[in-house]
Write a protein that binds this ligand. Structure first.
Ligand code: FMN
Length: 173
């Protein structure tokens, strides 16, 4: 199974990027998870950049989303909201060559923060947008990673999350 990890953080030392790499490590046998590493190259969505003007970075994002069996979105939270950087990925994906690129696609939502509440608000807002795009968003389990500067993610919880997502992606396997 081919999975894609997408983080809304542009930071080199992003906790959300690290969380995706940790989930990749715990993805289990038979799961090939790519973490998209060119989010910082994706411009702010602009209809003037559609068609022939679409940058190579956006086309790479479209290819990655299209070829994945499922997508794990990791989002930071800024000022108790979904950051524009995460929403920007969704705006571009919604304009990919395949109509409704995430429609029916299994998607999981996670988030990491140095704060106390684990990106709960940003994740909820991200879920709302994903449902608008027709994604098949995994309802549970949740993964709210709080106080990441002080504590490491529990590897058992990471493995359990990925196992649940694989079951959500391929029911009955
Ligand atoms: C302007 C600003 C606002 C923030 N607001 C929140 C917030 O509302 N909730 C939260 O959990 N963390 C908040 N944070 C902390 C971020 O979660 C933290 O910077 C995190 O490391 C960002 O994710 P990243 O490491 O993947 O880049 C804020 C950080 C900044 C710089």
């Amino acid at each position: 199974m081919k999975m894609l990890g997408l983080s809304g953080s542009l930071r080199k030392n992003s906790h959300n990027g690290r969380l995706l790499r940790q989930l990749k490590e715990h993805a289990g046998q038979g799961v090939d998870m790519d973490v998209f590493d060119a989010v910082a190259d994706i411009p702010v969505f602009n209809e003037d950049l559609e068609g022939d003007a679409t940058p190579a970075s956006v086309r790479a994002l479209w290819r990655a989303a299209e070829s994945a069996d499922g997508v794990v979105f990791a989002t930071p939270e800024y000022n108790q909201a979904l950051p524009g950087s995460t929403k920007n990925l969704l705006d571009w994906i919604s304009r990919g060559p395949q109509v409704a690129q995430l429609s029916g696609k299994p998607v999981a939502v996670v988030g990491a923060t140095v704060g106390m509440w684990g990106t709960r608000i940003a994740q909820q807002q991200l879920r709302t947008v994903l449902l608008t795009l027709g994604a098949r968003v995994m309802p549970t389990p949740s993964l709210f990673l709080a106080k990441v500067a002080e504590q490491d993610a529990d590897p058992v919880a990471l493995a359990a999350f990925m196992a649940a997502f694989m079951a959500w992606t391929r029911p009955g396997t």
